[in-house]
Design a protein around this ligand. Sequence first.
Ligand code: DAH
Length: 339
Amino acid sequence: MKEELLAIQTKFAAEIDAAGGLASLEDIRVAAFGKKGEMTAILRGMGALPAEERPVIGQMANEVRAGLEEKLAEKKLMLSKAAMDEEMARQGLDVTLPGVKRAMGHRHPVAIVTEELCKIFMGMGYEIAEGPDVETDYHNFEALNIYSGHPARDEQDTFYVEGGRVLRTHTSPVQIRYMENNRPPIAIVAPGKVFRADELDATHSPVFHQLEGLLVDKGIHMGHLKGALTVFAKALFGEDVKTRFRPHHFAFTEPSAEVDFSCFSCGGKGCRICKGEGWIEMAGCGMVHPKVLARCGIDPEVYSGFAFGMGIDRIAMQRYGIPHLRLLFENDMKFLQQF
Ligand code: DAH
């Protein structure tokens, strides 16, 4: 009996060690401890032993049983873990990994500032108008009194495209398109991209942004223009900002002016940003030329209007302390994610 027990122990121990999967391990368990198992048979045969042998053999049988059961349990744990690892590897899924973060979009600083400027004018009753980036020569130049031979038409400044069209060099053609299709009273601002054959540097780019303004009604004069731009300046940079109008020349306005705002950095004392001037040039403006009104079918004897055009990019750079214009057009995610 003793030898038989030892033989069974050695045999099953070796089989358990060799078991390659949970199914074969279960077969071994049944062969040992199942209803017809070899250990079961031995344990059942205890009763038939002579009384004096029973305690010794009985204890030995219990030890063998406990040893094999423990070995089975250990092996089962090991095989289950291996099976789980294999399943995980097959699915390529590790539920303990942190989730994938979705990248959030950010608004471009130029878009933020454009909206801010438009909101100020909308608060004064202006509507938003738009025009195409690819313009006819007529809308971009001719209708604005910029005739052939005018320096603004220089090929060095203008991108000409097929069919005699141009990439608009300013947002002023939106004035023309709007007046062709609407009658006074007119009060619009038109933000958008404009294009000029400039080399990229800290303050120039072949593409940049302008905001155009146009107001036409009966009895409009220079005082209205000054009032509108002064209210705008204060809304944008604060109550203390002053405006200054200097005579200038534009083909499509008469009289024309350039408007300066007192420096938003030093308040007018003079600093590096305003180059010691105390003033920063903000926009071109003037009274809409009578010929421009007439060309759009608006009687200049009855109506008059003012217009202005300003750069948006420089305001965005000032607002956010952006040192180089290039940063507004490179679309570097590391830069844009700050806004
Ligand atoms: N279009 C001009 C430019 O890009 C700016 C400008 C000047 C617009 C005077 C106007 C204006 O509407 O009245 O240089």
